[in-house]
Design a protein around this ligand. Structure first.
Ligand code: UT7
Length: 345
């Protein structure tokens, strides 16, 4: 007989215990971007909803922004760093492949011997990480999990690219997930479609770029560095046709209807996508809708916690409100869940 293997002690419910964000110091209005992409402030506002965005300065690294957001989340939760058993960090713009940013962040926060890892799921990254964290807590594998969504997408932007240069931005958001008397994080509805890689992707891998740099050194053309590229129309079409189902799946799995919702926090990709989802879902007018994109742009894995914070800080939503979160983007990956909104600092 093989030796019986014990299991961890599960807990019944998990919840968001606290939320914090970091917004870059440098605010970049549309006026600073338009000349290089032959655009206008009016076009960008009308077609995307964006008026300005935050672009990080050199010292506002993935790790530094994560640590700042995490400190606020821990304070809001009343949880000390040593009480955290795991750090799950979602990003697509950490230029260092190893070690994981999560491990460095955990140590900078004063954690010791804490499980830490990164998740790459594009703009769905935060909701993927949140699904992970809630499962870890409910399974008894961790009591408190720090979830971080963070990006420095300005590092990957071609400033002359008319589709991407005005959309993507930088920032960080963090939540603490822990045990709770009642459920605060519904089951995740998630998926991906790798056949649609061309819709949003880094246009060349770094090995290809280094080979081109080597060739240039012996007389070849000077290569362009890798940039993020997007087929805006393809992503837009997918978002406004497919994602209604993702939202309905997340609601159904949680046993919640649109009439039970207090808030809707979709990925801040484009205000017109948000408007289309409101219409197709038939959200009542009483539901507060996150519109952080106006001043923050599209911060990919950071956008949902940043947008939650903006809703709470503005007073449009309150701690304990029932909210539908929906992340979506490269991959084409999506993840959504119903949550109860956490406290902020
Ligand atoms: O976070 C990951 C998920 N990402 C998304 O969800 C993004 C989804 N896509 C989008 O948000 C939109 O597709 C964009 C905002 C990127 C573009 O808006 P669009 O309404 O799809 O523009 P379009 O590409 O269909 O172009 C419409 C017109 C064209 O001109 P004509 O042919 O109608 O004369 C373009 O040449 O707008 C023109 N155009 C621009 N004009 C000024 C395209 N880009 C620009 C620009 N400034 N930056």
């Amino acid at each position: 007989m093989p030796a019986p293997i014990a299991t961890a002690d599960p807990v019944a419910h998990a919840a968001l215990l606290g939320l914090g964000v970091y917004r870059p110091r440098r605010v970049v209005p549309n006026a600073e971007i338009v000349d290089r992409i032959d655009s206008s402030d009016e076009w960008i506002r009308t077609r995307s909803g964006i008026a300005s965005r935050g672009w990080a300065e050199p010292d506002e690294t993935i790790v530094a922004m994560s640590v700042a957001a995490a400190r606020d989340a821990l304070t809001a939760a009343g949880v000390a760093p040593e009480q955290v058993d795991a750090v799950v960090l979602a990003t697509s713009s950490q230029m260092v492949l190893g070690p994981s940013a999560g491990a460095v962040v955990a140590t900078e926060l004063g954690m010791q011997d804490t499980a830490a890892y990164d998740i790459s799921a594009g703009c769905a990254g935060f909701c993927y990480a949140l699904g992970n964290a809630a499962s870890l807590v409910r399974a008894g594998q961790a009591r408190h999990v720090l979830v971080i969504g963070v990006e420095r997408l300005s590092d990957l932007l071609d400033p002359t690219d008319r589709t991407c240069a005005f959309i993507f931005a930088d920032g960080a958001g963090a939540v603490v997930v822990g045990p709770s008397d009642a459920e605060g994080i519904g089951p995740v509805a998630w998926g991906s479609d790798g056949s649609q890689t061309a819709a949003i992707k880094q246009d060349k891998d770094f090995m290809q770029y280094f080979a081109e740099v080597d060739a240039a050194a012996v007389g070849g053309d000077s290569p362009e560095r890798p940039y993020i590229r997007m087929n805006g129309q393809a992503v837009f079409r997918w978002a406004v046709t497919f994602l209604e189902k993702a939202c309905r799946d997340a609601l159904e799995k949680s046993g919640v209807t649109v009439d039970d919702l207090d808030a809707f926090v979709p990925h801040q990709a484009n205000s017109r996508i948000t408007d289309a989802l409101i219409r197709t879902l038939g959200l009542p007018e009483t539901v507060a809708v996150a519109r952080d994109i106006v001043e923050t742009g599209n911060t990919s894995a950071a956008s949902i916690p940043m947008a939650m914070e903006q809703l709470l800080r503005s007073g449009s939503a309150r701690r304990g409100d029932t909210a539908l979160l929906l992340g979506f983007g490269a991959g084409l990956a999506y993840a959504g869940q119903v949550v109860q909104l956490p406290p902020i600092n």
